[in-house]
Design a protein around this ligand. Structure first.
Ligand code: FES
Length: 77
């Protein structure tokens, strides 16, 4: 979804930068979000807040490495 119409910046793009550790100011500088009319600023900040390092789900990783098993098409003899 496009968050910033003026600069054509999507929520995915903002989220990707936030997950990379960038704050709103850095993202604003990098992408130009909320630098024209400013109507998107609160929405953009919400996306950053949801994806920043303070959000536990943003830093989820697998608790255990994936275990390789039988391929799905192995014949059962
Ligand atoms: S909609 Fe983002 S600056 Fe105008």
């Amino acid at each position: 979804m496009i968050v910033c119409v003026c600069r054509r910046v999507s929520d995915r793009e903002i989220a990707r930068h936030a997950r990379a550790g960038m704050g709103f100011d850095d993202i604003q500088f990098e992408l130009g979000v909320a630098t024209q009319c400013g109507r998107c600023e609160s929405s953009a900040r919400d996306v950053v807040a949801q994806c920043s390092g303070t959000c536990p789900s943003a830093n989820m990783s697998l608790a255990a490495p994936l275990v390789s098993g039988q391929p799905w098409n192995t014949p059962a003899f």
